[in-house]
Design a protein around this ligand. Structure first.
Ligand code: FAD
Length: 349
């Protein structure tokens, strides 16, 4: 019987895993499309300060490919990208990959029972199509009126512009999800003032990060598998607490609350950052340095939504219509001193 031909789109964790399993099952008529210049998916793209996995590396790796070289428990982006490059080499995937080739359309043709795939380089027809395009590989910008009029530097965490110098600048961060929780503590010490816009806070639990470099035990495969199994058990218990067990849910909520309370002595700030929804309704995050960064005197946490993104680099209008500034000091004072005109902050038509 003729072997089916297969196309995979994407070379992140998903695409590489699919390709490896296809090859293991004896398929060699395999083409992998990747629009980027290398393998890695989000780990090729996300280079923001502090970028790292948010679950421990022994658990965030292929079960069939434990990595004795994780430098730390929560490995950073360079180590994860190295790992994925190594996996692609080891399983001889590169000869199948067409880098810089974006799939722009794919249609199933009933008569031939094949997939017709259109790419920038032409059309390919295969029997089976596997999509592993991920969900985070296209950066999402908030749809706030006036964004295009903003005169300051604007960057997305998934496309960090390392040429933008943040030291000594007034910086505003929109969003408090997994990426912000990692890069806010990295940039906070160097910027002049930080304004963090938060729509909904996350439950945080301690991040037991540690260097693995000197731990000989970590080099032993059995030790890795035990650590992986332990984290798997922990994650399953966390999932149970979200879905089925009120007792576990209460225990996890108390664990998170104690951790966050300890890190935020200021009751007003705690009020802002403590989630008002049951644990598990939004992704719980591991972090030991995010809240201490927010607690610094040169950081403001704004929990009302932004309604207008102004062209002036210092002003925004929140959902209540209130005009504020990420300039240290009160907006009223600055407004008076600067003879402030609304036209400065209104977006251009
Ligand atoms: C900073 C960060 C930390 C994370 N930490 C964790 C974690 O700890 N645990 C966890 O489980 N998850 C984590 N994630 C989620 C992460 O997205 C997944 O774990 C996983 O890496 C996704 O792999 P993927 O292969 O599905 O997609 P991606 O990594 O997004 O790969 C998709 C690939 O497809 C390519 N592609 C897309 N469209 C096309 C097209 N039309 N044509 C050709 N190529 C295309 C892209 O260029 C990309 O290379 C994290 C994500 C980020 C950004």
């Amino acid at each position: 019987m003729r072997q089916p031909s297969v196309a995979v789109i994407g070379t992140g964790f998903g695409g590489l895993a699919a390709a490896i399993e296809l090859k293991r099952s004896g398929l060699d008529d395999l083409v992998i499309f990747e629009r980027g210049p290398d393998v890695g998916g989000v780990w090729r793209e996300n280079t923001y300060p502090g970028a790292a996995c948010d679950v421990p590396s022994p658990y965030y790796s292929f079960s069939f490919e434990p990595n004795r070289n994780w430098p730390r428990r929560f490995a950073g982006q360079p180590a994860i990208l190295d790992y994925l490059r190594g996996v692609a080499n080891k399983y001889d995937l590169r000869r199948h990959i067409r880098f810089g080739t974006e799939v722009t359309a794919a249609h199933y043709v009933e008569t031939t029972r094949t997939w017709r795939i259109r790419t920038g380089d032409g059309t390919v027809e295969v029997d089976v199509l596997v999509s592993a395009v991920g969900q985070l590989s296209r950066p999402s910008w908030p749809d706030i009126p006036g964004r295009e009029t903003f005169r300051g530097a604007a960057l997305h965490s998934a496309q960090w512009d390392h040429d933008v110098e943040l030291a000594g600048k007034r910086v505003a961060v929109i969003g408090t999800g997994a990426s912000a929780v990692q890069f806010v503590p990295e940039i906070q010490p160097e910027v002049a003032h930080l304004t963090v816009f938060q729509r909904s806070p996350a439950h945080l639990v301690p991040r037991s990060d540690t260097e693995f470099g000197y731990r000989a035990a970590h080099k032993v495969r059995a030790a890795q598998l035990i650590e992986r199994a332990a984290w798997w058990g922990f994650s399953e218990a966390v999932t149970l607490s979200f879905l089925r067990s009120e007792v576990l849910s209460r225990a996890l909520t108390a664990y998170s609350r104690r951790h966050m309370r300890r890190q935020v002595p200021d009751p007003d700030l705690f009020e802002k950052v403590w989630p008002q929804y049951p644990i598990g309704c939004k992704r719980m995050l591991f972090s030991g340095d995010y809240l201490p960064a927010l607690a610094q005197s040169d950081v403001d946490v704004i929990d009302t939504r932004i309604s207008v993104w102004t062209k002036c680099t210092s002003w925004y209008r929140d959902a209540t219509g209130r005009i504020s500034t990420n300039w240290p000091g009160t907006s009223l004072e600055y407004r008076r001193r600067a003879a402030f005109q609304p036209s400065v902050y209104e977006p251009a038509d």
